[in-house]
Design a protein around this ligand. Sequence first.
Ligand code: 13P
Length: 278
Amino acid sequence: MLVSGRDLLKRAVAERRAIGSFNTYNLEITRAILRAAEARDASVFLAIGTGAFEYAGFEVLVAASLAAAREASVPVAVHVDHAPDAETIARCIDAGLTSVMIDGSKLGLDENIALTRRAVDSARGVCVEAELGGIAGAEDSSGAHETSIPMTDPADASRFVAETGVDSLAIAIGNAHGFYTGEPHLDFDRLRALESAVPVPLVLHGASGISDGDLARCVELGVRKVNVNTEIRYALFESLTAVLRDGVPGYDVTKLFGAAIVAMQQAVEEKLSVFGWD
Ligand code: 13P
């Protein structure tokens, strides 16, 4: 069922676990995410980045995502990930998305506050996530990154939330998009300080490549939404490569992509169990 992002965050806070936010680009990935959520009886964010909109076409991808969310037996919010401006936010809300993220993290604090306030005004009551601090790496393709700099400052975060009225805040504590070159080192003391300073749920981007133990610790310390993208794409590529290597009789697309859906579902389910959905 299609629900608001705010409902999901409320549930995460009440149940002290995290809602997984998984990025989709097409029907196969959407199917894998929602099958995993149904298998775990989990609520999820079905996230779409602007690169995915360009790839699949805005209207078609939104319509397919909303239809899939409505049809699901579990609560699903359809979310725009890393929208660059208030116009994109307004367009997504007009199209029926139930959760949005504005990303002004590359701006200075005052400019980020101004952009985020405009996004909150454009959201007309829909749940808004914003980002403060730098999260390294690209959203749609995985390079390898050591760390994210600068990390989120707790005093800035407190001011940011008070002045913008956002519903949730994505933080930088050593996390990055894509895989990491070495072991990622998350700053758990900073996470603790952010949790006390910020009255809204915290969001962790860049979960791919972070160990299950570290992710579970983030959830324990108050992260209530965790974003995963690269590990799903990795499962997709591994599956396609293996199946094509063996060959698919009759060029049967349902077998080629069917196997990939199973592999991606498995990747999503593994993450859901770390986030508290056993
Ligand atoms: P990963 O690709 O590292 O999983 O990050 C996903 C993300 O943060 C999407 O916003």
